[in-house]
Structure formats: structure tokens, C-alpha cells
Design a protein around this ligand. Structure first.
Ligand code: ADP
Ligand code: MG
Length: 260
């Protein structure tokens, strides 16, 4: 099979707290456990993906801010983690000034794409960009640099509300800087099968979005919320937890989709 370069996924939803970072870390770890070479790009000023993978603040010397603003090289930003096949480009709160610093400058949405244009990116099978909870310049940079967008959707009332705006933004980017951008899929998160509302939201999502919705759903599982404070993906923190099993299943489903 020809090498088309890495799959570059923006994990995006402008709502906060829907499971973007949890999905970035744990899907990334599950793909890495399947032998894929994975880079996680932390593009949220909160830096939760960096923290969750054990990169201390003191160790965030060259960050995704430098990638976007200082034209730092990807190989100088990416750091190995304690987990095999899993590399991270960390973030700090510096990122929050990117919108203002880039202002209306020409090429402001091409910064991340340019940073990905060297040979270093080819070392990876999967690049997973953890986006901030906003459709801002950071997220636009992620969309322009990506092959596809993965949308975590929290299974609660209103879950589908913000989706049309997100899909419109994807369409704008496709009409402009990145015609090849696809929607990879939607993954339902924080699912509670005892809750009728969850089942209803799931049915709604599958009815409206069809095969875009992954068969795998991510359950609400306390192990997933505990793991980051131990600076570990849930696969390491508690490999037999329902959260770990779900993210392994999501990785399998994704690999199968991308093969076919
Ligand atoms: P986002 O990145 O979209 O803001 P997070 O991934 O940080 O969302 O998740 C928000 C909070 O919910 C975090 O405290 C996280 O640990 C917790 N969380 C995420 N997914 C789950 C889940 N499936 N079960 C239980 N807690 C979860
Ligand atoms: Mg987050």
C-alpha cells in the first residue's frame, strides 16, 4: 500500500467538558498499544493533555505556542512520553495569546499546517490534535492541518445543538484552505446505559448522522477521570476498566475503518 502520510485528526467540539482531552489521550494510547506511532498535539491553552501524559510544566520549554508563533520545528517540540509509541507536543497557557498575536496576519490559519510540512511528521501513523473548547484561530489551524475531524459528543440533552455550527466551520475550511478535510466521525462519550436520556440522544445521533457515529460508545467511568491525576492513560492506570476497554474498542474500530 502506498504511504499517504499520517492520519491527522482534530479532536474538536466547541463545547467544553465533552471528552476531547480524554479521547485524545486514551484513543492515542490505545492506537499506540496497537503498534501505531502516535503524536498527540496539545492545542488547548489549558494544557490538560500535556498534564495527563505526565509532562510537568517545567518540562514544557518548547511548546505548540513556539510551533505556531516562532516557527519552531516539530522535532524540537515533540517529546517522548513514558508510554511506548506515544509522543506529545505539549502546551502552556502561552497558547491563549495566539489569536491576538496572529491577528489578521496573512497565513494565520496556515501556521500548524506549515509546522507539519517537514519530514518529521512522516514518522507518525496518527497525529491527534486536542483542540480548545472554541471555534477560534487555534481550532482553525488544527482543521487546516488535518485530514479529518473527530467529534466527541457528550450524551446529554442539547448534545446535538452545537454540532451544526461545528459542521459549518468544517465546510468553510473545506471550501477554503483544506478541500480534503473530512469528518472522521462522532464518538458518543460519558454514556450511561441506565439513563433513558442517553439512549434517546444516541438514537437521535445515529438517526441524524448515520455511519458517522462510531458503534463504540465511551461509558461514564470514574477511572477515566482519575487517570490524568496519575499522569497516565487509562490503559496503564486501570487496563481492565470499562473506560480502557471502550477506548481500545474505539481504536480497533477506527483502524478497521481506515483500512477499508
Ligand atoms: P474537554 O477536553 O472536552 O473539555 P475532558 O476530556 O477534559 O473534556 O473531560 C471533562 C471532564 O470529564 C474531565 O474531568 C474528565 O476527566 C471527565 N471525563 C471525560 N470523559 C469521561 C468519561 N467517559 N467518564 C467519566 N468522566 C469523564
Ligand atoms: Mg480539553
Amino acid at each position: 500500500m502506498p504511504n499517504d502520510g499520517p492520519v491527522i485528526l482534530s479532536v474538536a467540539n466547541q463545547k467544553g467538558g465533552v471528552g476531547k482531552t480524554t479521547t485524545s489521550i486514551n484513543l492515542g494510547a490505545a492506537l499506540a498499544a496497537r503498534g501505531q506511532s502516535v503524536l498527540i498535539v496539545d492545542l488547548d491553552p489549558q494544557g490538560n493533555a500535556s498534564t495527563g501524559l505526565g509532562v510537568a510544566l517545567d518540562d514544557r520549554i518548547v511548546t505548540t505556542y513556539d510551533l505556531l508563533i516562532e516557527e519552531a520545528k516539530l522535532q524540537d517540540v515533540a517529546q517522548i512520553t513514558d508510554f511506548p509509541n506515544l509522543v506529545i507536543a505539549p502546551a502552556t497557557t502561552d497558547l491563549s495569546s495566539v489569536d491576538i498575536e496572529l491577528g489578521k496576519s496573512e497565513g494565520r490559519i496556515l501556521r500548524l499546517k506549515n509546522a507539519f510540512s517537514g519530514a518529521a511528521i512522516e514518522a507518525f501513523d496518527y497525529v491527534i490534535i486536542d483542540c480548545p473548547p472554541s471555534l477560534n484561530l487555534l481550532t482553525l489551524n488544527a482543521f487546516v492541518a488535518s485530514t479529518a475531524v473527530l467529534v466527541p459528543l457528550q450524551t446529554e440533552f442539547f448534545a446535538l445543538e452545537g454540532l451544526s455550527q461545528l459542521l459549518l466551520t468544517v465546510r468553510d475550511v473545506r471550501d477554503g484552505a483544506n478541500p480534503a478535510l473530512r469528518i472522521d466521525g462522532v464518538v458518543l462519550t460519558m454514556y450511561d446505559k441506565r439513563n433513558n436520556l442517553c439512549i434517546q440522544v444516541e438514537n437521535d445521533a445515529r438517526e441524524n448522522l448515520g455511519d458517522l457515529v462510531y458503534r463504540t460508545v465511551i461509558p461514564r467511568n470514574v477511572r477515566l477521570s482519575e487517570a490524568p491525576s496519575f499522569a497516565q492513560p487509562v490503559l496503564n492506570y486501570d487496563p481492565n476498566s470499562r473506560g480502557a476497554i471502550a477506548y481500545k474498542s474505539l481504536a480497533s474500530e477506527m483502524l478497521k475503518r481506515h483500512e477499508g
